[in-house]
Design a protein around this ligand. Structure first.
Ligand code: GDP
Ligand code: MG
Length: 432
């Protein structure tokens, strides 16, 4: 998505006159890219027309490329803004939170993640399994909760989820737990039985917050699904799961638009700590392929040995990125597993198929690096004649070398916005 949008804007730049026709072509291209990323048609239409308006308002002489890019960014962020904050648990009272969503969307997994998040903030959470529909539902919750030592409640014999929910909430409220999280059942399809059960559970436990959990890979179905849940429950917040997979993320915008509720967290993996507080800026950056610089830098810091960190942080902050640095970072990332998630955070890498990049592209980078002189390796750009020589010398192509040059350029440019704070930590990335 990012490359298609920047490509469209780039072409606009090469046009000698940016007339109405050139602008139309550019906006159409952006429209197609957004639709492919599963952003809902209605939303894309609104976005395109707003982008057009912000460009047309401009007097001649302004940098239209930058304006368009900025407008797309701001429009997407505005769409993720539900216009109202979500309920957040507060200390000194019993907070009841209920999770709803289709089967397999990640409710049970998310319950534990949510509980852990608030335990770190000093809450005393407990889980209630009100899913009597799926065989093994209670065992799954029990296992997850036991692993991280969070109290849980459920039953192997009771078949009425409302009875279990009521008993569980009462038990944990009496025991002075200040955050009670209610896991509910899903169905494969949106069925009346599911929505009726949700209504009964809400009536019986009176939750402070109902969270709609949505699998990010459902694509264009996001809108209808979110609408259906909102109609049957007072949804107050959204959690999007599995964004570590191949999902394109556009469905999240639909969920906010349909439920009129903010996204509060993202599920980024199967493990209990694979959970992020939702930040619209970072999310849109990733969606557009601009990279989540601060997030990337912090992830890298997690995997780089601490004695090497000051040097790394300094290099990042200087925007002083050489070819060798690029290769070393890829190597670091490859050695840690969770490749796709990390890659998506690096500017210029978001649109590369990670699996194939790993084996093919990276090998080529390494071969090219091996053909470089030391001086070249530690530099961040190459002249045309050197590109030619390296392509020949390494047995790759001019395109391959050029690609590597472009990656280093993008990384350097974007990393430069990073600031070091007094502790030597990385601050926020450059804003648009
Ligand atoms: P439920 O039916 O809604 O309760 O869904 P579960 O919590 O049982 O999750 C269904 C599957 O999705 C399980 O295999 C989970 O491990 C997996 N899952 C849940 N959240 C995530 C996530 O954020 N990323 C990934 N990769 N898998 C997830
Ligand atoms: Mg479940």
């Amino acid at each position: 998505l990012g490359s298609r949008i920047s490509g469209a804007i780039q072409r606009l730049n090469t046009a000698t006159v940016i007339d109405d026709k050139a602008l139309t072509i550019c906006v159409n291209e952006i429209t197609h890219a957004l639709l492919q990323a599963d952003v809902q048609f209605k939303l894309v239409q609104a976005l395109s027309s707003n982008v057009r308006k912000s460009v047309e308002k401009l007097a001649a002489g302004h940098d239209k490329r930058h304006i368009i890019q900025k407008a797309v960014f701001h429009e997407l962020r505005a769409m993720l803004d539900a216009g109202k904050p979500s309920f957040t648990p507060t200390k000194g009272r019993t907070n009841v939170v209920m999770l709803v969503g289709l089967q397999g969307c990640g409710k049970t997994t998310t319950c534990t993640k949510y509980a852990l998040h608030y335990r770190k903030k000093g809450f005393n959470p407990a889980l209630v399994c009100a899913d009597t529909f799926r065989a093994g539902a209670f065992d799954q919750l029990k296992q997850n909760a036991t692993k991280v030592k969070i109290p849980f409640y459920g039953s192997y014999t009771e078949t009425d989820p409302v009875v279990i929910a009521q008993e569980g909430v009462r038990k944990f409220a009496d025991a002075k737990h200040d955050l009670i999280i209610l896991d509910t059942s899903g169905r494969h399809k949106q069925e009346n039985a599911l929505f009726e059960e949700m209504r009964q559970l809400a009536a019986a436990t009176n939750p402070d917050l109902i969270i709609f959990v949505m699998d990010s890979s459902i694509g264009q179905a996001a809108n209808d699904q979110a609408l259906a849940f909102r109609e049957s429950a007072k949804v107050g917040a959204v959690i999007i799961t599995k964004i570590d997979g191949h999902a394109k993320g556009g469905g999240a915008l639909s969920a906010v638009a349909a439920t009129k509720s903010p996204i509060i967290f993202l599920g980024t993996g199967e493990k209990a700590d694979a959970f992020e507080t939702f930040e619209s800026k970072a999310f849109v950056s990733r969606l557009l392929g601009m990279g989540d610089i601060a997030g990337f830098a912090n992830k890298i810091k997690e995997v780089v040995p601490s004695e090497l960190q000051p040097e790394l942080v300094q290099k990042l902050a200087d925007g002083n990125i050489s070819f060798k640095f690029l290769c070393d970072q890829i190597e670091n990332i490859t050695s840690m597993g969770s490749l796709s998630q990390l890659m998506s955070m690096i500017p210029g890498f978001n649109n590369i198929n990670v699996q194939s990049f790993d084996i093919q592209q990276f090998r080529k980078y390494r071969v090219i690096l091996d053909s470089m002189t030391n001086e070249e390796r530690n530099s961040s750009s190459l002249s045309e004649s050197r590109i030619l020589r390296l392509a020949k010398g390494s047995g790759t192509s001019v395109d391959n070398v050029q690609q590597m040059v472009n990656h280093v350029k993008t990384m350097s440019k974007q990393m430069k916005g990073l600031k070091l704070n007094k502790k030597g930590d990385l601050g926020k990335g450059k804003s648009m």
